[in-house]
Design a protein around this ligand. Structure first.
Ligand code: ADP
Ligand code: MG
Length: 752
């Protein structure tokens, strides 16, 4: 069934070529027990290895059951070793980290038998060699004789036609040798057994054919005339393949023998994962906080539409030294920072367009007017006058929603006003003056409540002298004028705590009051005069009405005198986060295709704030992740080294697996399985530790920010990081695994 035709084999070491087999011609038949005798170094093992497909011949031909092995590919040899040959080695070649049962099963695993059949056959084989009581022991818990029995059981478990034994008793005492030889004899029924030995007594006692070798040549063959009698069947080779699970099992058991190292390796390589996990959970948490803040608090900030008013017409008052009573210091949003805005003011078209906006999106529109209001107060019998530059309106629903009413009530009629205090219950000096207080001492709410404010009309306040108007200096009579509007402070309000504190103190008026004042002012002498002339009726400044600029300046003076209700700013408060987008779309629709001067200029401060903070957090995260990635790279290198060491350590195992029919791919798979396990372990350790570290992190963050549970590790990120860990370790172990699979089979078997 086996025929060797002029087989030659030589080894090259350095430049020296050693011809180990010098043309071997042999035929082997079924049911033979052949002993190959010869002195050490005569080439017996080499011959056996070639017959068993462990090694390749250089020249000649090996014919197995009429099959020419010249055409064999790598995986045909793998299958041949697995299906047709059982090896018994002098040094047993068992895998020490798995049980003897598992040792016997491996070959069958490679040929794809299912677990049940495997187990059954393995137990059968081990029972045949008398080891049924030791199934779950590891090889190193057995004696030499017992280990060789395991090897025999492994050799016969797959029921091969050929048993190859290389000095099977070489390491055993004579008594055990006899037992082993008897066992081999017993199992040799219906099989071809080729046994290499240098013990001629054993050969004579057991073999029915003895071949003697010397210097790579056959010098004697006791039975080379016999011809094959049984009809030969062409062998069919069943391809071998290791299931990934088997690879995992092998690697897992191997790693179990070096638990400490595995855990330390995994821990070290988990550090990068921990870092990235923590950073992700932090940035994740912060972004969540921001979007929550955006959805709740920031969405309550108004979209501000503003005119740009030249400051020489109506100056803003600011007194930065007065901290306790912050002054009235309305700042026109972003107007002066951008020169493009210089020539823009809100016009009637825009106001009308805004009036048509879907009211469902809007919680409130409040207007700040350019119309100046002049108030008279009598303090200690003396009448004073004070001017309010940018009066603002408010409606009762809006107060209900956003404000705490600290005293009094929400205004309902035209002449009722409310006073807003800031978060510290402070009011600016200017408003106190308007209310008739000349003190900066504490003022009781009750003193303010129901205060009467004397609003003097422009018609009475301005008096014409020749071409110009001057203010009426007879304040006493102005104070008593029947036409004055007496406003009543009916409530004191303060913005609720959950709204961003952007508000200063203010007096709010009703819209009805402005509508009423508009009528009166339109018909006032000063407005009528101003409409006619091309100069400022108060200051005398000339306007060139042929220019847009001149027209605009005159228009501003008219607004200032209350001849129109064109707002200085419009604040649109969105109903919620989503409706804000609709409002912005609505504004953008208006602006589409318009020139800069005609656009509605708006600022969405909330969006500016959140975009900015999101960007900051994202960039910080990226930098930190980059740093953590360095530790990932370090751990990759480390894993490469450790896997390489593992390959060196497991060279023997590689040889054994290959001799049992494992392909090169299978070997790669074993090592990939090992890195897979390390990768999973380090990923899981990393995520576990990261989750652990999140507790103190959140504790520290809480003490700083008073925000609970900021760092949250997204489960998706956890899985992703474990996956990354696995992929990176497998990549790191890939080269060592390739090195392992390329190892020469015979040399691998020889290493200790
Ligand atoms: P035996 O088993 O008869 O003692 P071997 O077949 O092991 O002899 O070796 C035969 C000769 O071939 C020896 O001289 C040995 O040094 C040489 N040899 C065997 N394998 C190799 C190898 N892989 N590389 C180089 N020389 C080898
Ligand atoms: Mg030998």
């Amino acid at each position: 069934m086996l025929e060797l035709k002029n087989i030659k084999k030589s080894y090259k070491t350095n430049k020296l070529v050693q011809r180990t087999l010098k043309g071997i011609n042999l035929k082997f038949y079924k049911n033979e027990f052949v002993a190959i005798l010869g002195p050490s170094g005569s080439g017996k093992t080499t011959l056996l290895n070639i017959i068993g497909g462990l090694d390749r011949y250089d020249e000649g031909n090996l014919i197995i059951n009429q099959k020419n092995t010249k055409e064999f590919k790598e995986n045909d040899w793998d299958a041949y070793r697995n299906n047709c040959v059982g090896f018994i080695f002098q040094n047993y070649n068992l895998l020490n980290h798995i049980s003897i049962l598992a040792n016997v099963e491996i070959g069958m695993t490679l040929s794809g038998l299912n677990a049940k059949q495997r187990r059954k056959k393995a137990i059968e084989a081990l029972t045949k060699v008398g080891l049924q009581k030791h199934l779950h022991k590891k090889p190193n818990q057995l004696s030499g004789g017992q280990m060789q029995r395991v090897a025999i059981a492994r050799a016969i478990s797959n029921n091969p036609d050929i048993i190859l034994a290389d000095e099977p008793t070489g390491a055993l005492d004579s008594k055990t040798s006899v037992q082993i030889m008897n066992l081999i004899k017993k199992i040799s029924k219906n099989k071809l057994v080729i046994m290499v030995t240098h013990n001629s007594t054993l050969a004579n006692d057991y073999a029915n054919r003895i071949i003697s070798m010397k210097d790579g040549k056959i010098i004697n063959d006791t039975n080379d005339l016999k011809e094959e009698t049984d009809n030969q069947k062409v062998i069919k080779l069943k391809k071998t393949s290791m299931k990934f699970f088997t690879a995992l099992h092998l690697s897992f058991n191997n790693l179990k023998t070096k638990k400490g190292r595995t855990i330390l390796t995994s821990f070290a390589s988990s550090i990068g994962i921990i870092g990235i996990a923590l950073i992700l959970s932090l940035s994740n948490g912060f972004n969540k906080q921001i979007s929550l803040y955006e959805k709740t608090t920031l969405s309550t900030l108004p979209i501000v539409i503003s005119s740009n008013i030249q400051s020489n017409i109506i100056p803003t008052i600011s007194d930065e030294t007065s901290l306790e009573y912050p002054n009235f210091d309305y700042v026109i949003p972003s107007a002066n920072e951008n020169n493009d805005l210089q020539n823009n003011s809100i016009n009637n078209n825009q106001v009308n367009y805004l009036k048509k906006i879907n009211k469902n999106y809007i919680s409130e529109i409040s207007y700040t007017y350019q119309m100046n209001l002049n108030f008279l107060q009598k303090i200690n019998g003396k009448v004073n006058i004070s001017t309010l530059n940018y009066p603002e309106t408010i409606n009762s629903d809006f107060i209900n929603k956003r404000y705490d009413v600290l005293a009094g009530k929400i205004p309902t009629s035209r002449d009722e006003v409310v006073l807003e205090v800031d978060s510290k219950n402070q009011v600016s000096k200017d408003y106190l003056e308007i209310l008739g207080f000349k003190t900066s001492n504490n003022i009781n709410f009750n003193d303010i409540l129901n205060r009467k404010i004397n609003l003097v009309l422009n018609q009475n306040y301005y008096q014409k002298i020749s071409n110009y108007f001057v203010t009426n200096q007879n304040l006493d009579s102005l104070y008593e004028n029947q036409n004055n509007i007496i406003l009543n402070v009916v409530g004191i309000i303060r913005l609720k705590k959950d709204y961003p504190n952007v508000s200063n103190s203010k007096i709010y008026f009703s819209q009805k009051l402005f509508d009423y004042l508009l009528d009166l002012n339109k018909n006032s002498n000063i407005v009528k005069e101003q409409e006619k002339v091309d100069y400022n009726v108060i200051s005398g400044e000339k306007y060139d009405l042929t220019t847009i600029e001149g027209q605009r300046l005159k228009e501003n003076v008219l607004s200032f005198l209350g001849a129109n209700l064109i707002p200085l700013t419009i604040q649109i408060y969105p109903q919620n986060f989503e409706s804000k987008e609709f409002i912005i779309d609505y504004l953008d629709k208006y602006n589409n295709g318009k020139t800069k001067e005609n656009m509605i200029l708006y600022t969405d401060e909330a969006r500016m704030m959140s975009t900015l903070s999101n960007n900051i957090i994202d960039s910080i995260s990226i930098v930190l992740i980059a740093f953590s990635s360095i530790s990932l790279i370090v751990s990759c290198i480390m894993i490469s080294i450790i896997m390489y060491i593992s390959v060196l350590e497991r060279t023997k195992e590689i040889g054994i697996l290959r001799s049992l029919g494992a392909s090169k791919k299978d070997i790669t798979r074993v090592f990939n399985a090992e890195t897979f396990i390390i990768g999973i372990t380090s990923g899981v350790i990393g995520i576990f530790l990261a989750r652990l570290f999140i507790f103190p992190t959140n504790f520290i963050l809480y003490s700083i920010t008073k925000l609970e549970n900021i760092a949250i590790l997204n489960p998706f990120h956890s899985l992703l990081l474990i996956l990354i860990s696995v992929i990176l370790t497998i990549i790191s172990g890939f080269i060592p695994a390739k090195i392992a699979s390329k190892k020469n089979l015979v040399e691998a078997l020889r290493t200790e």
